[in-house]
Every structure is written in structure tokens, then in C-alpha cells.
Design a binder for this molecule. Structure first.
Ligand code: TXA
Ligand code: MG
Length: 325
């Protein structure tokens, strides 16, 4: 199978959706916007397409994928929902929440996509272009973030091009994504578990479940990790990243939040602000784009101001910690 392919970018339109669906049906790889980040889609029932997807991303194949579907009914053919899963799907789908559930007995998703696990991660995205593609295609689509494995997730079609041009078939350009962070992942086990903080804040989920979400042990030691994708170093820009910066060293670039009350800003190699008004939703939407832009400045290091750990701040800090490893 050729590794180099001609990558076409099309602005979102009915024609682009039709082209995306054709490519998926042929076993092709199609990047498309979701409300969180751009995904790289492949037919979830086609093991060969999934193998190509792992190859294009350079992703370790023990890292399982999220199956995306157009609605709840489609999801119920693939996975089993317990009472908590029902509540969460009712409250938050379509939206930035992924549920890890037991695979249904006749689950059509290729084993390769779930890396041999008995569970499957499922999501119904809210973005109109994603929904259009999924409902027209009519089959589940596996879609990891459309970046080279280990890089910062893409929030624009141009980010996807920068990482994957020549390796995938089609990019549907729907402009910048709204949320800017990947979906929150909840494992619907006996005790629901927060597997990955993300675009839906923990507090919203807990208030629907009327219970606290358990946390993932910080260092998993089991042979089959619960959250195989949570490698410590991930989402990494090329420049080193320094967290909780209150002073700036010469040659560093600054990723600010709120009022940049940091000594030495006048000598910054570059400054970008996640949200001058200190709004965590705005900061989440800007995070990956700003990291990419500061990374391109060739500063000796990216210094990041402290971000409060509430609401979406939990997911922002999680991504920043991984970028800093
Ligand atoms: O917002 C998102 O979730 C984006 C968009 C494109 O939908 N997708 C995304 O996919 O972030 P990806 O592949 O980059 O991250 C999926 C995460 C990985 O950390 C993977 O290990 C975890 O989901 N995962 C998938 N299946 C799992 C399972 N059965 N049990 C536990 N974790 C699972
Ligand atoms: Mg990813």
C-alpha cells in the first residue's frame, strides 16, 4: 500500500461531504472538523483502512480509537449502555463527551480499532459537518485527532495539512474548531471513571450523575491500562515547555493567561495570550493553536503562566503537563 498519497483539501459543502463519504467507503482516510479538534476518519468496520490510519499517524497500534456515530441509536448497535451511560448520553450527546462502554455482542467495529480491549470508546460529535458525514456514511467512523502521533491536536485544516499532507486522501476544511480540546472520556465501569479530562468539564458530568467521578491512578501498572492513550508525553510541541512561570528568562516565549503579570515580559521572544479576560472556555479554544504558533518562533523555551485548575482548566493543565514532559 502506498504511503504517499495526494491529499485534497475541500471547503465544507455538500460536495465535500459526498467526497468524504466516497473516500471512507473506499477505505480512504478523511480529516474532518468536529467541535473539539479535527479528526482523521476511517471506516471503523474496515481493518485495512484502520491499519492505514495507524500508519499515517505513526501511532502505536495498541492505542485504541474512538468510534464516532451520528446518533444514539447507531451507538446502541455497537456498545452496551448501563444506567449511567444512558444518563450521560441523554445529557451530553451530541457533544464533547466520549463514553467507554462494553462492546455489544455483534459489534461491527474491527478488533484492530479497539486494540483487543473488550470495551469501546464511543462519541456522537456535535459539529454539523461531522454529523453530516456520519449520518450520510451510515457506518461508524474511527477518528483519532488528525495529527502525527504525539503532536499537538489540530484545531484548523491548516494544522492537519502541516502534519498529514501526502499521507491522507481528503481534508474537509470547516474553519477553526469551537471547543479546541479533545472530548472528555468517561469509563462507564461500576464506578464511573474520568479517563481523560477534556472539552466537557468534570463538574457538569458529576452533576448529571449525582456522584463524583473516580480518577485514574496517576501511574497505571496493569498490563492492560484503562486509558492506554494517556502516555505521559503527548500533545508535545518541539520547543521545551515550562509551566507555572512567574518570571520570564531571556529568549523564552510566553504563553499568557489573563493579565501577563510576569517579570521580564519585555524580553519575550514572542507572547500569545490564551484569554486576556481570563476566560477558560476561550483559553481552551486557543490552546493548541497558540502552542503551535509559539513553537514556530524557535524560542529557547515556551513559558506558560499558571492556569486555574477549575472547569476546563483541568483539561488545559492536563495537556500542558503532557506538553512539558
Ligand atoms: O475530541 C476527540 O475525542 C477527538 C475527536 C476527533 O473526536 N478524538 C480524539 O481521539 O481525541 P484520540 O484517538 O486522539 O484519543 C482517543 C483516546 C486515546 O487516549 C485512547 O487511548 C482512548 O481514547 N481510548 C480509546 N478507546 C478506549 C478504550 N476502550 N478504553 C480506554 N481508553 C480508550
Ligand atoms: Mg490524539
Amino acid at each position: 500500500m502506498p504511503v504517499r498519497t495526494e491529499t485534497r483539501t475541500m471547503l465544507a459543502s455538500d460536495e465535500a461531504t459526498a467526497a468524504a463519504v466516497r473516500r471512507l467507503a473506499d477505505g480512504g482516510l478523511v480529516a474532518f472538523p468536529t467541535e473539539t479538534v479535527y479528526g482523521l476518519g476511517a471506516d471503523a468496520t474496515n481493518a485495512e483502512a484502520i491499519a492505514r490510519l495507524y500508519l499515517a499517524k505513526g501511532r502505536p497500534s495498541f492505542n485504541p480509537l474512538i468510534a464516532h456515530v451520528g446518533d444514539r441509536i447507531a451507538a446502541q448497535r455497537i456498545a452496551r449502555f448501563d444506567a449511567n451511560a444512558e444518563k450521560l448520553a441523554n445529557a451530553f450527546w451530541p457533544g464533547p463527551l466520549t463514553l467507554v462502554l462494553p462492546r455489544a455482542a455483534d459489534c461491527p467495529v474491527a478488533e484492530l480499532a479497539t486494540a483487543g480491549l473488550e470495551t469501546i470508546a464511543m462519541r456522537v460529535p456535535a459539529h454539523p459537518i461531522a454529523r453530516d458525514i456520519l449520518s450520510t456514511f451510515g457506518k461508524p467512523v474511527v477518528a483519532p485527532s488528525a495529527n502525527v502521533s504525539g503532536h499537538v491536536s489540530p484545531t484548523t485544516a491548516q494544522h492537519v495539512e502541516a502534519d498529514l499532507k501526502g499521507k491522507i486522501d481528503l481534508i474537509v476544511d470547516g474553519g477553526p474548531t469551537q471547543v479546541g480540546l479533545e472530548s472528555t472520556i468517561v469509563g462507564c465501569f461500576e464506578t464511573p471513571l474520568l479517563l481523560r479530562p477534556g472539552g466537557l468539564a468534570r463538574g457538569e458530568i458529576e452533576s448529571v450523575l449525582r456522584m463524583r467521578l473516580a480518577d485514574l491512578p496517576q501511574f497505571e501498572t496493569t498490563a492492560q491500562p484503562l486509558a492506554p492513550g494517556m502516555l505521559a508525553s503527548h500533545y508535545a510541541p518541539r520547543s521545551p515547555v515550562r509551566l507555572n512561570a512567574t518570571t520570564l528568562e531571556p529568549g523564552e516565549a510566553l504563553l499568557a493567561f489573563g493579565t501577563p503579570a510576569v517579570a521580564g515580559v519585555d524580553k519575550a521572544a514572542a507572547i500569545l495570550n490564551l484569554s486576556t479576560r481570563g476566560d477558560l472556555v476561550e483559553a481552551a479554544a486557543n490552546l493548541f493553536r497558540h502552542l503551535r504558533e509559539l513553537d514556530a518562533k524557535d524560542a529557547i523555551q515556551i513559558a506558560v503562566m499558571p492556569i486555574p485548575n477549575e472547569g476546563l482548566g483541568e483539561a488545559i493543565n492536563d495537556r500542558l503537563r503532557r506538553a512539558a514532559v
